[in-house]
Design a protein around this ligand. Structure first.
Ligand SMILES: *Cc1c(COP(=O)(O)O)cnc(C)c1O
Ligand code: SF4
Length: 338
């Protein structure tokens, strides 16, 4: 663990409930600069912050080297002036998600599985996020508001998997989450419930006993897909939280995004896979960056990505190599590049 510039923050990072950690998260550039001892980068950076505010929980910040503006974890959450220059093929809805909205809060692009946008809240604001501009306010907020969508899922036996996404579904408190899961779990044709979440990494305290009970007691098979882009994200506290999830019987997978300056080297991708295995997580997808406006400076050429994955395959067992995929509009599945 590295040392935050401020000792009080370091003590806080290891204490409190996950809700405390959400409250204590750093929410502006000035706070980040203070905590990590970084310099002000000027007007364009402030403009980037104004477009998409900072959100950074303390447990994650303890894994960043203070004073290092190139730290691979920092880069994921540090506003950059480059966000203000957007090439024309980078858009606010790069995946055509507005066309895929089948019911309030529900996206379906692929056969057999639907994705619920359960909330707009996350435990980090990733600068490259493909849903940075998503109209979250249109998603349901309460069980009553979810009911029409849930009724539709209940009536459609072509669906066998429900994905809880967002935002981050684990920003929802356990008793609400438990009601939503129970309602889905009682639908006989649903076989699997999948979470897409970064919370166990951002705030390991989120892996509560109540959440573990939800995982352990469901009739459906439970799958937790985490999102780590770099081995440094997976410190001992995260390893312990993930181990509890694995012990609940849920399957653990990881999706990463290939990001310039974060994980665009063989060494970095190899370390990530090895660290994930150590945490009992299988690497699932390595995503080519979606062309969302504000994220162009993270883009790695597909050609370079292919080269990296080919090299990765030559030095790791097959199960440790993620599928390198790109999401292309209108395709029946994510397109496998390698
Ligand atoms: C990515 C995605 C999924 C999940 O795809 P898998 O290949 O099953 O992991 C499902 N629905 C939507 C809308 C998605 O974007
Ligand atoms: S956690 Fe996921 S949804 Fe939230 S900001 Fe990061 S990439 Fe976007």
């Amino acid at each position: 663990m590295t040392i935050l510039a401020n000792k009080t923050d370091l003590v806080r990072a290891g204490s409190g409930t996950w809700q405390d950690q959400m409250k204590w998260a750093i929410r502006d550039l000035r706070g980040l600069r203070d905590v990590l001892g970084l310099a002000d980068e000027g007007e364009l950076q402030h403009a980037a912050e104004a477009e998409f505010p900072v959100f950074a929980p303390l447990p994650y910040l303890t894994r960043i080297t203070p004073g290092d503006s190139q730290d691979p974890l920092l880069r994921q959450l540090w506003p950059s002036g480059s966000e203000m220059e957007s090439p024309s093929h980078f858009s606010t809805d790069p995946l055509g998600e507005s066309d895929a909205t089948k019911s309030s809060g529900m996206l379906q692009k692929y056969q057999g599985r639907v994705l619920l946008v359960t909330t707009g809240a996350c435990a980090i604001h990733c600068r490259y996020c493909f849903r940075r501009h998503f109209p979250y306010e249109q998603s349901p907020k309460s069980m009553a508001q979810w009911e029409p969508t849930l009724t539709q899922i209940a009536a459609d036996d072509s669906i066998d998997e429900v994905i809880l996404s967002g935002g981050d579904p684990l920003t929802i408190v356990d008793h609400s989450l438990s009601r939503l899961i129970a309602r889905i779990d009682e639908m006989a044709h649903i076989k699997r419930i999948r979470f897409h979440t970064r919370l166990p990494i951002m705030i390991p305290q989120r892996v509560t006993d109540a959440f573990l009970e939800i995982l352990a007691n469901a009739r459906c098979q439970m799958i937790v897909v985490i999102h780590a882009n770099h081995a440094n994200e997976l410190d001992l506290s995260v390893e312990q939280a993930l181990s509890k999830i694995a012990n609940s019987g849920a399957m653990l997978l990881n999706q990463a995004v290939l990001l310039r300056g974060v994980n665009d080297s063989l060494e970095s991708l190899k370390n990530l896979s090895q660290r994930l295995l150590r945490c009992r997580v299988l690497p699932y997808y390595l995503h080519q960056l979606d062309p969302v406006s504000g994220a162009a400076h993270f883009e790695v050429d597909v050609k370079q990505g292919l080269q990296l994955v080919t090299e990765l395959r030559s030095c790791l067992p097959g199960y440790a190599v993620p599928r390198y995929v790109q999401e292309l509009r209108g395709e029946p599945n994510k397109t496998v590049l390698a």
